[in-house]
Design a protein around this ligand. Structure first.
Ligand code: MN
Ligand code: MN
Length: 275
């Protein structure tokens, strides 16, 4: 059901979905590599219509593009991901990547950083993912934002919903100038107002596991779906791209998490189409 777009001039600026079925840098449970096709099914389900809350009809012909799911061997994964995202950006499109574990955000944002100076990342997560390394793996899904800041891929990193920060990651946040908005300090709608190009990285475990059992790291005390949507909808600036990661279908007993991921995808696409 994917249309491989040969985008023309009329497609400039459109969002394009890209599935990234990769979970080899997960530190606890595998399974998130299976997420992209399941999110697509929930996204297109006849249980609801294709309109966003903000009045965008995603069912209209050509509202968004879909580049399908990437294929790669483990060893080449990060190169293939960065190259493909770069190709989509070079065609004037705005990639919305479906993970996969959170490690994929590093090659994705590398492609953005090489093309879009002064990027602001708004990162929704229970975890800061700022470890220098975890279990000897510097590419772990616990580390992508340390690498992103070291490599200068973004100007600002704003993290929201954090509730597992430890001493090491607090030091890392201070070292990189990360703006950490902890879960206990929400709501923070005013802090979603930023200028310039914005990349949204949405780790599903920012949500309370009561809403999304299908995640690898269930961290209680998280956002409701409504709180997440409110913070997403409050973001200003130009949304250059986004990802939705860490949905683990193997943990999702009722397909509820797939439905939530699809809802978030809808609202992110709608936001990109409106700005
Ligand atoms: Mn994460
Ligand atoms: Mn997380």
């Amino acid at each position: 059901m994917t249309s491989q777009p040969h985008s023309g001039i009329n497609d400039l600026g459109k969002p394009v979905i890209l599935g990234i079925p990769f979970d080899a840098n997960s530190s606890w449970l595998r399974g998130s590599a299976g997420a992209p096709p399941i999110i697509r099914v929930a996204f297109r389900s006849d249980s609801g219509n294709m309109w966003t809350e903000t009045g965008v009809d995603l069912g209209a012909a050509g509202a968004y593009l879909d580049a399908g799911d990437l294929k790669f061997h483990f060893q080449q994964a990060f190169t293939v991901i960065e190259d493909k995202v770069g190709e989509l950006l070079d065609r004037g499109l705005r990639p919305v990547c479906l993970g996969g574990d959170h490690s994929i955000t590093l090659p994705v944002v590398r492609a953005f950083g090489k093309r879009i100076p002064g990027l602001t990342i708004i990162h929704f997560d229970a975890h800061p993912d700022l470890y220098d390394e975890l279990e000897g793996n510097r590419l772990s899904h616990a580390c992508p934002f340390a690498r992103i800041m070291e490599e200068g891929c973004a100007k600002r990193l704003i993290q929201v919903g954090i509730r597992t920060i430890n001493g090491h990651q607090r030091e890392q946040a201070a070292k990189f100038g990360v703006e950490v908005i902890e879960m206990r300090h929400l709501p923070a709608l005013d802090k979603m107002k930023v200028d310039g190009s914005v990349y949204i990285s949405f780790d599903m475990d920012v949500l309370d596991p009561a809403f999304v059992p299908g995640i690898s790291h269930r961290e209680p005390g998280g956002m409701s779906v409504r709180e997440a949507l409110a913070h997403l909808q409050a973001i200003t600036g130009h949304i250059a791209g986004a990802d939705i990661v860490e949905f683990n279908p193997a943990q999702d007993s009722s397909q509820l998490t797939a439905t939530v991921a699809a809802k978030l995808l809808k609202e992110v696409l709608g936001k990109m189409i409106l700005d």
